[in-house]
Design a protein around this ligand. Structure first.
Ligand SMILES: *Cc1c(COP(=O)(O)O)cnc(C)c1O
Length: 494
């Protein structure tokens, strides 16, 4: 049960190595040579399991060199009291034949917690398994959500340190406060003068700096990233597809073996790819509906077979999906073609921003169940209002993009198959956009908007958001992008 690179089938590394190193040397992504099978009888039993037991069962196959005891301990640590419900990922009925899988009950109120609560468990163990006794230092450039989720996951995890860079003035008030008030003795946060790309390029430059690597090595430190292409982030996301399915079996909606559909609000393609992994390992999934916002590069790709990033970049109300290069798509391409083809397409993407997989491959994609839909901010807002008024269900902007896609897919295909919409963020995390959708616009800062939304919908916002207001900032330093390297070095070697 070894991993190869999507650009070279002859690579053979264990999962610990893939997790510790993130990206393969050839620039490809790590993937299992063969996808483990989860048998129908094991899926049947899951309807009696809690989230933890489901996670232990599913992860065993996808993290082959971790022991059952390790996985059980990690699952317990990752999905504990930091979630505001024992169910961890509640499946809520929205309307006839449509459910919402709420992945935002974790510490940062968005689905990235599922991966970033688990990765900090997997990484130090991966280092031990690879006979690496150095401290693993994680560097993250963030436009908002990933940084906080990573900080929250790695805070006070032994054998690790984490440093986050965000663009000064480039995040919402709440996102900034979430990061600069972070607790933990192994964390650090800097605002960088510049935009997200400046922060991202600064981090990339640190990773490839040989002098830096040498100095850190002398101090017993190795650098790693918490990037969404890391296998340690992908594997934990497979679990909740099984979980959603087994909830529908448990509540009598379906019999074990019946097909269901999922609709996933998509950016970097990590979440929906985890759904495909669930399908390939045996979960009866019919369609995987890929929902995009105005940055509809994936919708076009799933319709034409041409991936073309040469287009206008839109800043939308669903910012976590504002992406033109969906890195994890490379794993899907590998699963349907081969390493030579993937290498060729990725080289074309790099040189001219475009590749064409051809009619046969496109047919394969459709046969595997992939369909794409997209909508703009206006339709997103309208969907939030309709679902709230007609079904009394409040969803965030990212989820609304998926609700719209799910509805249109079901109408276009007269589908009676149960549809699970993957809900990726708490509506309170995007209060300003939700308020304006509901036509309850108010003046004021993010916190005033949070209270205005609470009043408008008569629901309480998650404590982790509302309690931010009184918290004391710990990290207020604003730095030049040229100083990023020295700041990291200073902090890690002091
Ligand atoms: C990251 C994110 C997404 C996109 O997920 P991918 O795995 O990158 O496709 C969607 N919604 C929210 C709220 C997110 O934070």
């Amino acid at each position: 049960m070894l991993f190869c690179s999507t650009r070279n089938e002859n690579v053979n590394v264990p999962s610990a190595y893939a997790i510790l190193n993130g990206l393969a040397d050839d620039g490809g992504l790590y993937i299992l040579h063969s996808i483990p099978e989860i048998k129908a009888e094991d899926i049947e039993k899951m309807s009696e399991y809690d989230y933890h037991k489901t996670a232990e069962t599913v992860l065993a196959g996808f993290l082959p060199d971790y022991t059952a005891d390790e996985i059980a301990q990690f699952v317990k640590n990752a999905y504990g009291v930091q979630f505001d419900t024992k169910e961890i990922a509640p499946l809520v009925k929205v309307r006839e034949n449509m459910w919402s899988l709420e992945l935002w009950h974790g510490p940062t109120c968005a689905f990235k917690d599922f991966a970033l609560q688990m990765l900090p468990q997997l990484l130090p163990a991966a280092a031990r398994k690879c006979n690496e006794d150095k401290t693993v230092a994680i560097l993250v450039a963030t436009s908002g959500d990933t940084g906080k989720a990573a900080l929250e996951g790695f805070a006070d995890v032994e054998g690790t340190k984490i440093c986050v860079f965000y663009p000064h003035g480039g995040t919402s008030d709440i996102q900034r406060l979430q990061m600069i008030t972070q607790k933990g003795n192994n964390v650090n946060v800097f605002a960088v003068k510049g935009n997200f790309d400046d922060a991202q390029n600064g981090v990339k430059a640190i990773f490839t700096d040989e002098e830096m690597a040498k100095k850190l090595n002398e101090n017993g430190i190795m650098l790693s990233s918490a990037n969404s292409i890391n296998w340690g982030r992908l594997a934990p996301q497979i679990v909740y597809y099984y979980w959603a399915y087994s909830r529908l079996v448990a509540n009598g909606t379906i019999k074990c073996g019946d097909m269901i559909d999922f609709c996933v609000p998509t950016g970097n393609f990590g979440n929906i790819l985890a759904g495909y992994m669930a399908k390939k390992s045996g979960l009866p999934i019919n369609k995987l509906v890929c929902a995009s916002n105005a940055n509809n590069v994936l919708t076009d790709f799933l319709e034409t077979g041409v991936y073309d990033r040469n287009r206008i970049f839109h800043l939308t109300d669903s910012p976590s999906m504002d992406i033109l290069i969906s890195s994890n798509l490379e794993r899907l391409l590998y699963m349907l073609a081969d390493d030579a083809k993937v290498s060729e397409w990725m080289a074309q993407l790099k040189s001219c921003g475009r590749y064409d997989i051809g009619a046969d491959m496109l047919k394969k994609l459709h046969d595997e169940g992939f369909v794409g839909y997209y909508c703009d901010d206006q339709v997103t807002a309208r969907t939030i209002v309709t679902i709230y008024k007609e079904n009394n269900y409040l969803c965030d902007t990212h989820t609304a993009v998926a609700v719209d896609a799910a509805q249109r897919y079901m109408t276009d295909n007269e589908s009676n198959i149960p549809m699970v919409v993957v809900s990726t963020a708490s509506p309170f995390k995007f209060a300003p956009a939700i308020l304006s959708a509901l036509d309850e616009d108010s003046d004021g800062d993010d916190f005033e908007k949070l209270s205005a939304l609470e009043k408008a919908v008569r629901q309480k916002s998650p404590d982790s958001l509302s309690m931010l207001k009184g918290k004391k900032p710990r990290f207020e330093e604003v730095i030049e992008k040229e100083d990023m390297k020295n700041k990291v070095l200073e902090w890690l070697t002091k």
